[in-house]
Design a binder for this molecule. Structure first.
Ligand SMILES: Nc1nc2c(ncn2[C@@H]2O[C@H](COP(=O)(O)OP(=O)(O)O)[C@@H](O)[C@H]2O)c(=O)[nH]1
Ligand SMILES: [Mg+2]
Length: 303
């Protein structure tokens, strides 16, 4: 097991403050005597406005409608159990890591989602753990992208492979050769998020994947889709497209600080079957947390 960052519950609670507020209507439900149709519909609206998604929200409401044991005063306990089950069903929230071999983290997501920032944060955390970290600047599309990565890598104390204006797959190839000969523990692969053109996206991602398959088949791989928490249900649409283009093993939810749509974590787990493993709670290098379902659900429901 790879020991990751310590969790600060207060910070998470702060980051989820706005989301918890959107779930505030739960407080009104608790005061009711019975789950009347009126109360159930109100509660459904609350769940949908918190970005849980229409189908998940109505599934929960149907469960309440079909039973007569749970009282409105116990609604938080009901939601807590349901949310935790949904998160557990989506799989382990622990970031994959194998000691003594090469670990490749492949970072995808639309432009502006926070990929490059996540790479900086991950590089920093892994460096703190004493790991040897190499960044592959695979976003050769945007001119400023590599500059930005350069700054992050220096801050984090990681090395970087960058090549101007060449194929991202070639950058990844070079990074793998360097990592093998110089015994790096980790490669973080940055990519461009050109969702405007699904064909290009698919081609680019599959080319990089082919290079990894061929040159580092033994490496442990984690394919992280980065989603901006503010995009809410739109983020789910993006996830579907990326999942069609490449195999995704987990999700990093960024910009949770200030977002009112943090409950999208639940919709991702429910509809995509993908575990959220990392959350971004700010723009700084230290603003990354391991995702802890228990604490997340507590912060969500205790608001
Ligand atoms: N508040 C906040 N901002 C973030 C977070 N992660 C990234 N950002 C900001 O989002 C913007 C886009 O990030 P970037 O990493 O360049 O996105 P990319 O296009 O996917 O590589 C930048 O201004 C980042 O500072 C986060 O967790 N919280
Ligand atoms: Mg970027």
């Amino acid at each position: 097991m790879f020991k990751f960052f310590s969790e600060k519950f207060e910070n998470l609670k702060n980051a989820l403050k706005n989301t918890a507020e959107t779930l505030g209507g739960i407080g009104d439900v608790e005061k009711e005597e019975e789950f009347s149709e009126f109360v159930l519909e109100d509660m459904e609206d609350t769940l949908i406005s918190a970005d849980l998604g229409v189908s998940y929200a109505s599934e929960l409401i149907d469960k309440l409608r079909a039973q007569n044991k749970i009282k409105p005063s116990q609604v938080r306990e009901f939601l807590r159990e349901e949310f935790l089950k949904t998160l557990a069903d989506a799989g382990s929230t622990e970031l994959n890591y194998k000691d003594g071999g090469l670990n490749i983290y492949f970072i995808t997501g639309v432009n502006g989602a926070g990929k490059t920032t996540l790479i900086g944060k991950l590089a920093y955390k892994f460096r703190q753990e004493g790991k040897k970290v190499l960044i592959a600047a695979g976003d050769t599309f945007r001119a400023a992208a590599e500059e930005q990565l350069d700054i992050w890598s220096k801050r984090a104390g990681a090395d970087i492979v960058r090549k101007d204006k060449i194929d991202p797959a070639a950058v990844v190839y070079e990074a793998i050769q360097k990592a093998k000969s110089e015994k790096y523990d980790i490669i973080l692969v940055d990519t461009a998020g050109r969702l405007q053109n699904k064909f290009n996206l698919m081609e680019e991602l599959s080319k990089i994947k082919a290079v990894i398959d061929k040159n580092a088949p033994e490496a442990l791989r984690e394919s992280i889709l980065v989603i901006d928490a503010n995009t809410g249900q739109n983020g789910l649409q993006q996830a579907k497209v990326f999942k069609e283009c490449t195999s995704i093993t987990s999700v990093a939810l960024t910009k949770l600080d200030g977002s009112a749509k943090g409950a999208i974590v639940l919709a991702i787990a429910k509809t995509m079957g993908l575990p959220v493993k990392l959350i971004g709670v700010g723009e700084k290098m230290e603003d990354l947390r391991a995702f802890n379902p228990q604490e997340f659900v507590n912060a969500l429901l205790e608001g």
